[in-house]
Design a protein around this ligand. Sequence first.
Ligand code: ADP
Length: 459
Amino acid sequence: MDDIEVLTIGAGGGGYPAAFRLAAAGRRVVMVDPKGVMSGNCLAEGCVPSKAVREVAHHLLQHRRFGKNGLHGEVLVDYAEVVAHKDQVQTRRYAQHDAELRAAPNVTLVTGTASIVDPHTVAVDTGEGARRFSARNIVIASGSDISVPPIPGIGLCLNSRDLYAHHPSLSTLPASMLVIGGGYVGLETASFFSAFGVQVTVFEREAQLLPGMDPDMVGLLAGLLDPNIDVILQAEVRRVERTPAGVRVVFFDGTAEQHRTAQVAFQALGRHPVIPAGLREIGVAVGAHGVQVDPTLQTTLRHIYACGDVNGKTPLFHAAVRQSLAAANNIMAGDHRADVVDFLSTPTTVFTLPAAAYVGLTRTSAAAQGVSIQEGAYSFAEDSRAQIFGETGGEIRLFFHPDSLRLLGGWVVGIDAGNLIGQIGLAVSRGLDAGGLAAFADQHPMSAEGISRAARSLF
Ligand code: ADP
């Protein structure tokens, strides 16, 4: 039995920031992860590799736009090269994390799968035998995994691992792709592959793409997506079948069964938290979306924390990092409340082409909570940077408290959405108001100008 101070189950975004902060403060820390490397599913098969693919598709679209007035020649996509680019980004980042780990004192990464024995004891199956650790604090950061619903034939579909893992199984472009699920993973993938010239069809069970996200934002985005993407809403996929040339997806449209065929099918039907064995048994409460936590990231056992996808609050890498650092601060405070996370102020971006991003309250969520708001808006049709790039669709929309004019939330559809939402999110989380935003000299000719312009629309 090794006696340590803190053990993290998982070395991804929810695990390693806490491990490093605590180790820097002199605690003896062990991270356990079967991957044997840091940074979890984000780098393995999620945000980083998918954005490496996305930015190639984005450049391709920009080239096509500029082609009309300056650049010549059709750019052909060699998808094997796109995958090679993605793979080398992953390789480089793994090497970087490796160097960080070697340079860090007091922290060790143990390759293996952890299970909980009792509230302070963790067993690790290393594949070459079992190890046991006794820890004062445990951080559950075991992330999430791809959900595979019981739809007959679903195993015929590719998933995000097949597309975005290091050396993925899909390394040539299909002629056509059926995407099951119109959430952010499905829609982003549809957007990238359509830009590469693949004939894409998206099936979404609900009446709106990106279910659960603000309908005003989604409505604007939907009109700006590549019109070659065939979107079928209220399509309940019943089964997937093999055909001589590929696959057939059979769906119910509310009246009858219909079908579409293509060379490949891709399923993006959500993710579910990975709950380490033994956690429930020691009395840690687990709800429908994951391990229950409060804003300190403490579970129902106060010396056990749960950060990142496993708690289901905001399943995004940067949210996991913030939560992990807050957990570390609370552990250093002896499990007293020293740092609390505002779950609502975490920005989310859908990296479609163009992208959509949001943070905090929007018109619809404010109305649902009975909160009155005042809106400020700025259209990219007026924006110099958007005009320079020919990406004038979309807008910035900000939501303020009508009396204090404090910024409560916002969304962006269009150019630089993923960057702009960072500045808006910072303003929401730091409690800035319309006056403060309007008084800032946002840089010209950059799209962030639109943030102060939207704030100035209130005065
Ligand atoms: P998050 O961003 O929520 O931390 P990640 O996917 O980045 O999620 O990281 C979760 C990590 O946890 C993954 O690398 C996964 O391999 C690891 N993991 C999952 N289950 C266990 C377990 N029982 N023991 C150790 N590590 C685990």
